[in-house]
Every structure is written in structure tokens, then in C-alpha cells.
Design a protein around this ligand. Structure first.
Ligand code: URA
Length: 243
């Protein structure tokens, strides 16, 4: 759901078909509650997830949903697809068709995928300037070397988009395996970065987004709702690139 913001007086005037003067009166009489608290301010900004009631009658009640999925390979990060099963097809929540995907994974990439109907939250997680880290485990066809660490940290120029990738942290785990942390999500970014070394990616798995770690908590194909704490803390003090 795209986030629509509005002033409280505009919302009430439209919803109740009354003048703004009468809205003032309503507020002065403590008849309006926003998220359970008495509203006093006509300028208050509300959005589509604000719970609004008048004289105990609910005027707006939209729930925000936040889901994590352990995506298998072979499933497409899309809401509809004619050829492949989609990440939405794997969910069993009754509201699943209201959700959008927060940062797609390629068909043959596995791991953590987030879905929500709250576009404010998805923007918070996907804008490069917010620097929310996405952590991947990458298995490669050829041996790694220290050169990769420097190249990832320096960023790589992608002529097609005319951008240089933001500093990425590559940690060598073994001859053929690395952990990579990115703060952005360019098209096929990891495969293209290893492509510079002519080193094909054999397997790619996203194990964390910000503070939310997949670990062993979900088996492949499983999903669950996030807790309020997970939703709020996913990008708090998330600075692993400097760690
Ligand atoms: N980089 C890729 O190349 N593919 C993904 O699915 C995610 C990051």
C-alpha cells in the first residue's frame, strides 16, 4: 500500500462531510482518537495506517503486515509470474496479495526475502542512502584472493547505469566462499561484481538484512510475520561495514 499522508482536519472533513470549523469543534470535544490517544491538533499528519475513531466508531483501520520468507532457489521474486512459482505463492497469509517485495533476489538465489504492505518501511530499507546492510554468502567457481577485498571496498563502475557501487565489505571465508555486505541492491550486483574477475557465482544466499538474520529459524520455503521489535529495529545502529 502506498503511503498517503494527510492533515487530520482534511481527512475528517472529507470522511464525515463536515466543515473544517466543525472539525475543530469535534477535536475540542475530545471525540476523535488517533491510535488510541485523544487528538487535539487539526494539523496533525495521519497516514493510511493511523487508527482513527470518532465517538467510538472506527473511521479507518488498516493493518500493516511484515513477513520474512526463506526463499528457495527456482522461485521468482515477483507477485505474479506465468512460468515460475512466486514468493507470494509460498505464503499462506490471507492478506498475501496486498504485499510487495522489499528487495528482490534472483531466481537462483536463496535466502531472506521481506514482504510488506507498508511502503514507508520498504523505502526505509531499500534507499541506498539509508545504508541498510544486506549480507550474502557467495560460493564461487574459482579461488578468491585479497584483490577482491580491495575491489569491493573501492566500488566498481557500472557503465550501463553510469554509477559506481558503494563500498562493499568482502570477507574471505575459504578458497571458494566469501561473505559480502552491500548497502544497495543493483541488478545482479554480486554476480556482476564477481564477473569483473571472471569468477562465476555458483551459489548465492542472503542471510541477513540489517539486524534481521535468517539463521536456522525458517526452513527453506517457510515464512512468518515479524514481531514489532524486529520491524522497528531492523535498521537501528546497523553499521557492520565499519565493523
Ligand atoms: N546480487 C545478485 O547478483 N543477485 C541477487 O539475487 C542478489 C544480489
Amino acid at each position: 500500500m502506498a503511503l498517503n499522508k494527510a492533515r487530520l482536519d482534511k481527512f475528517l472533513a472529507q470522511h464525515c462531510q463536515i466543515s473544517r470549523k466543525n472539525v475543530r469543534l469535534m477535536l475540542a470535544q475530545n471525540r476523535v482518537l488517533i491510535n488510541g490517544a485523544v487528538a487535539h491538533d487539526i494539523d496533525e499528519i495521519i497516514d493510511n495506517f493511523s487508527h482513527i475513531s470518532l465517538d467510538g466508531k472506527v473511521l479507518q483501520d488498516n493493518s500493516a503486515y511484515y513477513i520474512m520468507l526463506h526463499k528457495p532457489t527456482g522461485v521468482v521474486s515477483a507477485t505474479k509470474d506465468l512460468q515460475h512459482k512466486t514468493v507470494i505463492d509460498l505464503l499462506e497469509f490471507p492478506y498475501k496479495n496486498e504485499l510487495h517485495i522489499v528487495g528482490r533476489l534472483d531466481l537462483n538465489t536463496s535466502g531472506l526475502v521481506l514482504m510488506t504492505n507498508d511502503s514507508r518501511w520498504s523505502e526505509r530499507l531499500t534507499l541506498p542512502e539509508k545504508k541498510v546492510t544486506k549480507r550474502y554468502i557467495v560460493t564461487l567457481a574459482n579461488k578468491l584472493s585479497e584483490e577482491y577485498v580491495t575491489a569491493f571496498a573501492n566500488g566498481m563502475y557500472f557503465a550501463f547505469e553510469d554509477i559506481t557501487t558503494k563500498p562493499a565489505k568482502l570477507t574471505i571465508l575459504s578458497d571458494y566462499q566469501a561473505q559480502v555486505e552491500l548497502v544497495e541492491g543493483r541488478y545482479h550486483q554480486i554476480k556482476r561484481m564477481f564477473g569483473r574477475f571472471r569468477n562465476p557465482v555458483v551459489a548465492l544466499h542472503r542471510c541477513a538484512i540489517g539486524n534481521l538474520v535468517l539463521d536456522n529459524q525458517l526452513t527453506v520455503g517457510e515464512s512468518r510475520e515479524l514481531s514489532e521489535i524486529e520491524v522497528n529495529n531492523i535498521d537501528i545502529n546497523n553499521l557492520p561495514l565499519d565493523a
